[in-house]
Design a protein around this ligand. Structure first.
Ligand SMILES: Nc1ncnc2c1ncn2[C@@H]1O[C@H](COP(=O)(O)OP(=O)(O)OP(=O)(O)O)[C@@H](O)[C@H]1O
Ligand SMILES: [Mg+2]
Length: 291
């Protein structure tokens, strides 16, 4: 496996790979790998001849008071894990090569970036869309792989690809969890043992929502209230938002039908954690079953 830092060299390598007629899969990451990242790399390996994993802690997606400086980094361990997962190349550019000064051009996906995580992290999705657009230009892949743990990010990238005519398929992969249900995240390493235990309430609240809906509840207000009540039982967990939104424009839904995303964010100690489940509700589900 090769590690490339120069954007120009990366572009040249991908050009050669494509000239050989091979397909390219791209997995954009900020590193400090866990099984979530590995699942994206393996999915990319199954569907493409050549897999590039980008590893770039992108400063423009962090707010001024966020953890850019302290974000966990371990290139050596990450390289071993990516090689083991079948990656052909790690693209690890320097900040100054990705952001020539003065940097004056940003990609802004409107509307769907102002809700959920966008509400408390102004500019976050502008940074994400901009860096992903740059990666797509440096590495013109056939497919790019993103995790559904970051469901809003998947929608934002899909909209950018549609609106700006990028010739790349966005593949959304399921959320990988710890055995107790906590969604894997590089930021879980910030948790103290007590906080780590308390954090399981997030997935338990999503399971509670799923359970209520499976028993016929269709009022999003009831579901959210029940989730909040459960989360409140853990004083170490401070919810930021708990919402039921449609899985397209991320607007709050009046009733639970169609594709509904139940999404949440919470502070647990130094970590800000997110999680969600996507419900696909048959509009006729609570009527007579068809045989
Ligand atoms: N638990 C997971 N399951 C599946 N995909 C995941 C998971 N966690 C992250 N990913 C995906 O991996 C890609 C890179 O994400 P990133 O490097 O930011 O990792 P992260 O664990 O989300 O880190 P952090 O929580 O600090 O943002 C994204 O597409 C993200 O959705
Ligand atoms: Mg992330």
């Amino acid at each position: 496996m090769r590690t490339i830092t120069s954007p120009d060299e990366m572009r040249r390598i991908v050009k050669e790979v494509r000239a050989r007629g091979e397909s390219v899969g791209l997995v954009p990451t900020m590193g400090f790998f866990h099984r979530g990242h590995i699942s994206l790399m393996r999915a990319a390996g199954e569907e493409n001849d050549y897999v590039v994993v980008s590893l770039f802690v992108n400063p423009t997606q962090f707010g001024p008071r966020e953890d850019f400086k302290n974000y966990p980094r371990d290139l050596f361990r990450d390289s071993e894990m990516a090689a083991e997962a079948g990656a052909d190349c790690i693209f690890h550019p320097r900040v100054e090569d990705m952001y020539p000064q003065p940097f004056l051009t940003y990609v802004n996906v409107e509307e769907i970036t102002g809700t959920l995580c966008g509400a408390s992290r102004p500019g976050h999705f502008r940074g994400v869309a901009t860096v992903v657009a740059k990666l797509f230009n440096i590495i013109p892949a056939d497919r790019a792989y993103f995790g559904l743990k970051d469901a809003q990010q998947v929608l934002v990238i899909r909209k950018m690809v549609e609106d700006l005519d990028f010739d790349i398929d966005i593949v959304a992969c399921p959320t990988v969890r710890e055995s107790d249900g906590l969604a894997m995240s590089s930021r879980n390493m910030y948790l103290e043992p007590e906080e780590r235990r308390a954090a399981t309430v997030l997935y338990r609240s999503l399971r509670l929502a799923e359970d209520l809906v499976s028993r016929g509840e269709r009022d999003p207000g009831e579901v959210i209230a029940a989730m909040r009540a459960l989360i409140e039982e853990e004083p170490l967990v401070e919810p930021e938002y708990v919402e039921a939104v449609d899985f397209r424009l991320l607007k709050p839904v009046d009733g639970l039908e169609g594709e509904v995303l139940i999404a949440l964010a919470a502070r647990v100690g130094k970590a800000r954690l997110i999680d969600n489940i996507l419900l696909k509700l048959d509009i006729n589900r609570d009527k007579e079953p068809k045989h």
